[in-house]
Design a protein around this ligand. Structure first.
Ligand code: BTN
Length: 263
């Protein structure tokens, strides 16, 4: 196994709080903000394990020791563009994991990172307001470093260890913090286009046929992937029409061929 030494600082002004156990890092970060404790952009909470980790679509995020469970506090932008931060996060995770090892990473709309066609990272962005009425985005990120034993996973999962890569959660979070700070700066200075381009470089191929399950709906919609719009909605061409999908889940297909990393 290759391994990465721990030599990474945090970006200027960022702070990392590490816990042995929490119900969830998103839950703790939200309590911290709501309680008016000392919070600012760049506050990170990481826990060795979570007893009540949460995923998207009301799912549980199984959180034994050994993986990355972290939440990053970001000053929320106006509501219309807040979903863009999920894509900033995906691109940052791909940057960070790509720095650790050469890995066949791709992204799956909206905010999953796949390793060799299986889920290695999930992202849960949640909004919270502090007592002064300022809105914050709590960016929860889970990355599987160790093989995950989920009896009835809703999707195929994998880990860095499954691919012969060893890295500590602390190291991964520090590398990720640097990449996230960089991509956030880029997003604020250049807008969503640069992030969207980087996401697309590791996302489905344009015109690829994909299937999307809408939240709460039994049916799925199949169509050709036509890209992301400026809000991060999935643009799908189906039945001769262009659909913009804001919420849902792209279904797993047979493991796609790995594409090169992000631009
Ligand atoms: C998904 O369903 O894909 C999103 C998973 C997000 C998991 C992370 S782990 C850290 C943070 N705390 C939580 O309870 N969930 C997120």
């Amino acid at each position: 196994m290759s391994s990465v030494p721990t030599i990474y600082d945090l970006p200027d002004g960022w702070r990392l709080a590490t816990f042995h156990t929490l119900d969830g890092t998103n839950a703790e970060m939200k309590r911290f903000v709501v309680d008016g404790r000392d919070h600012a952009e760049g506050l990170i909470m990481r826990s060795d394990e979570q007893t009540a980790g949460r995923g998207r679509l009301g799912r549980t995020w199984v959180s034994p020791r050994g993986n990355v469970y972290a939440s990053f506090l970001i000053a929320a932008p106006e509501a219309a563009i807040a979903p863009q931060i999920g894509f900033v996060a995906v691109v940052s995770v791909i940057d960070a994991l790509g720095q650790i090892a050469e890995l066949p990473l791709r992204c799956k709309w909206p905010n999953d990172v796949l390793l060799n066609g299986k889920k290695v990272c999930g992202i849960l962005p949640e909004l919270v307001s502090d007592a002064a009425g300022q809105q914050w985005l709590v960016l929860g990120i889970g990355i599987n470093l160790q093989p995950v034993n989920v009896a009835e996973a809703a999707y195929p999962v994998t880990s860095l260890a499954d691919h012969g890569v060893a890295a500590s959660a602390d190291t991964v979070v520090r590398i990720l913090a640097q990449d996230l700070a960089h991509r956030l700066r880029q997003w604020r200075e250049e807008g969503f286009a640069t992030i969207s381009k980087a996401w697309m470089a590791a996302g489905p191929a344009l015109d690829e046929v994909i299937a999307v399950r809408m939240p709460g709906a039994a049916d799925t919609r199949r169509g050709r992937f036509r890209g992301l719009d400026e809000q991060g909605a999935l643009v799908l061409e189906a039945d001769g029409q262009t659909h913009r999908i804001f919420a849902g889940e792209v279904l797993f297909q047979s493991p796609p061929e790995a594409r090169a990393g992000v631009a």
